[in-house]
Design a protein around this ligand. Structure first.
Ligand code: RIB
Length: 309
């Protein structure tokens, strides 16, 4: 099994459950409130580890109790944390979750925004030993660009980029990405205004033509699309009742990278990921919602799903 390195964000999530998301100028009362470990990077690292991956996390937390909690949570799931530096304030998010499980998130980067090129250089050996390097966009673009540039000399490393939250990705990063994972909004964002009349398939092919080998577009309750130059396939979602979609995308991505690190073919890896995220949406919070491999196997047995594990 190949090793997985995640270079990304660690956040503490302040989550309010509300009936409807607030409108501009409106003050609403939460029905529940919770403080929970999160961050797209840490969530994906934990998902990969809980589902059986060999994972190391590279990033920054603050010198505060939240930083301690995030590191503790990763260690509990056997994610190696020696690549995490403590300085400043831990990244925070303020999340509203409505009665349908949909959310809005405000992100305050804190220590995540302070990751330096030196941090990356200090962890170069870890990166060189990894089969998959997982990136998201809650850290600075110049750091993402630096990681991609440094690992381009390690022929065995494949960069998987989750382009979330939606923002511009520069050409240099695109050229170094092996697999891109996005949702529909992020895909549209990457495609730019000038291509806004293109459909999903056309946008995917435009990005494949820029050199990305594989693209996965997650479609929420409609499932996901896997695409490469030779394949284009829609994989349906597994129907469950969603209570909170926070972290479901991260669970999907962590699951995909584990499946790939085990050598599973692409479509099977996406099917595996849809099962993991189907469980995650039935639970509250980001990291607390991620299933273990055993839970995933039980879920498949109980629901009689035929996809391979
Ligand atoms: O993807 C969900 C995550 O996004 C949350 O845990 C929050 O920290 C934000 O980064």
């Amino acid at each position: 099994m190949g090793k997985i390195a995640v270079v990304g964000s660690l956040n503490i999530d302040f989550i309010s459950n509300v009936h409807e998301l607030p409108k501009v100028g409106e003050t609403i009362t939460a029905t529940k409130f919770k403080v929970s470990p999160g961050g797209k990077g840490a969530n994906q690292a934990i998902a990969a580890a809980k589902l059986g991956g060999d994972v190391e996390m590279i990033g920054r937390v603050g010198c505060d109790e939240f930083g301690e909690l995030l590191i503790e949570n990763l260690s509990k799931e056997d994610v190696s944390t020696k690549g995490i530096k403590k300085e400043g304030d831990t990244g925070r998010t303020f999340i509203n979750v409505d009665h349908k499980g949909e959310n809005t998130i405000t992100y305050v980067p804190g220590a995540n925004g302070e990751i330096t090129k030196e941090d990356i250089d200090k962890n170069l050996y870890t990166l060189s030993q990894s089969s998959y390097i997982l990136l998201q966009q809650e850290i600075e673009e110049e750091i993402l660009e630096y990681v991609v540039e440094r690992v381009s000399s390690f022929p065995e490393c494949k960069v998987i980029m989750n382009a979330a939250p939606a923002r511009h990705i520069n050409e240099k990063i695109i050229r170094g990405v092996h697999t891109l994972i996005v949702n529909e909004v992020e895909l549209e964002y990457l495609s730019g205004k000038e291509n806004s009349d293109m459909n999903i398939e056309e946008n995917i092919h435009r990005l494949l033509n820029q050199g990305i080998k594989k693209i996965i577009v997650t479609l929420g309750e409609k499932g996901a699309i896997f695409a490469s130059q030779s394949k284009y396939k829609h994989i349906p979602a597994i129907k469950t009742s969603a209570v909170d979609t926070t972290g479901a995308g991260d669970t999907f991505i962590g699951a995909y990278v584990v499946a790939k690190s085990e050598g599973q073919p692409d479509i099977e890896a996406v099917e595996f990921s849809t099962k993991a995220s189907a469980i995650a949406v039935t639970r509250n919070g980001a990291q607390p919602s991620i299933p273990t491999r055993e839970e995933l196997e039980q879920f498949v047995k109980k629901s009689g799903i035929i996809h391979r594990l």
